[in-house]
Design a protein. Structure first.
Ligand SMILES: Nc1ncnc2c1ncn2[C@@H]1O[C@H](COP(=O)(O)OP(=O)(O)OP(=O)(O)O)[C@@H](O)[C@H]1O
Ligand SMILES: [Mg+2]
Length: 313
């Protein structure tokens, strides 16, 4: 449904998006996760035809965003960052105005407004001026606008930013509802958001994709990058070099505490060396009082990836 290939965008010397490629299949709900300045909004603006790319291509429902932008706009609904609205307009008036801009006729607009205000739980508020609505409610007006022409693809840039916990929960529930009928791509800089609503995530930092996959796949990847914590009694040098010699051990870092070596052992992905370490200690007659697999959290993984990006790794 969405196909992005080698997309690059620079603003003068700033490389905001650096050779990004990804696909989103019809019916998927994908989270675009990354810290501030990662290039999320820039990518989404290109996908929604609000900005041209410097290089690369993007297609939505088979149409090219540069050369067939009218076709793309017809099939995509976009909730931009900051969600600009007209505060003096009433909700119905605003949606009617937006429908006119999209070339919808009056009966089409009326039924569309009914549909989107029902779907976004705005029914009781259609006659209220937008300026009098809470932030959460305004966000729903933005969503209703994005859905007015019943697009196949919905693009949401930070849909819950600035909302209180209740509004966040409601907006997430609404997005999950929408996912039943639309292909959705949403951006966020917070992991729990993406975990809560998306099936798959693409982690972007420093303009580049750093990881992508289902939440489960990313968890497996973290498991592969887990480490062992061990406490072994024996001569420090000997203990460390013997453990380093075990196949699959990448690095051993130790410090002596009360005659015990407290070790942090990094392995290569997917190999569990606990049994070999226990056997080694038994053979050498070294005491072993702890041997524990420490699996990092998704949160740590995200922090690590974005820190690597910040240092230019
Ligand atoms: N119009 C612009 N002119 C110049 N530089 C820009 C412009 N828009 C974005 N940038 C730069 O491009 C980079 C990516 O910005 P972008 O807004 O895409 O990030 P983001 O991931 O959406 O961040 P945030 O989480 O803060 O919204 C940043 O370094 C930003 O300063
Ligand atoms: Mg942004």
């Amino acid at each position: 449904m969405i196909e992005v290939k080698n997309l690059t965008k620079s603003y003068g010397p700033v490389l905001a998006v650096d050779n990004v490629s990804f696909r989103v299949e019809a019916g998927e709900i994908v989270g675009f996760l990354g810290p501030n300045g990662a290039g999320k909004s820039t990518t989404l603006r290109i996908l929604t035809c609000y900005q041209p790319a410097t290089k690369g291509s993007a297609r939505v429902a088979g149409f090219d965003v540069f050369t067939q932008s009218m076709e793309v706009r017809r099939r995509i609904g976009y909730l931009p960052e900051g969600n600009p609205l007209y505060p003096e307009m009433r909700v119905r008036e605003y949606l009617n105005f937006r429908g006119k801009l999209r070339g919808m006729d009056r009966p089409g607009r009326e039924s569309a407004i009914k549909r989107v205000t029902d779907r976004c739980w705005l029914g009781d508020f259609v006659e209220r001026p937008i300026g009098q609505l809470s932030k959460g409610m305004r966000q729903r007006v933005g969503l209703a606008d994005a859905l007015l022409h019943d697009p196949e693809v919905v693009v949401l840039d930070e849909p819950t930013i600035g909302l209180d916990p209740n509004q966040i929960r409601e907006t997430r529930r609404l997005i999950s509802e929408l996912a039943k009928r639309h292909t959705i791509i949403l951006s966020s800089h917070i992991l729990p958001e993406v975990e809560a609503v998306c099936e798959r995530m693409i982690i972007i930092a420093g303009g580049k994709i750093r990881a992508s996959g289902s939440i489960g796949q990313i968890r497996d990847r973290i498991k592969g990058a887990s480490r062992l914590i061990a406490e072994v009694r024996g001569p420090k040098q000997e203990v460390e070099s013997a453990i380093s010699g075990i196949g699959g051990v990448r690095r051993v870092e130790g410090k002596a505490v009360d005659g015990w070596n407290r070790l942090r052992i990094d392995g290569s992905e997917g190999k569990d060396v606990r049994e070999e370490i226990a056997a080694l200690c038994a053979r050498r007659n070294w005491g072993l009082r702890e041997l524990r697999l420490e699996v990092g959290s998704l949160e740590e993984f995200f922090t690590q990836i974005t820190a690597e990006a910040a240092t230019g790794a």
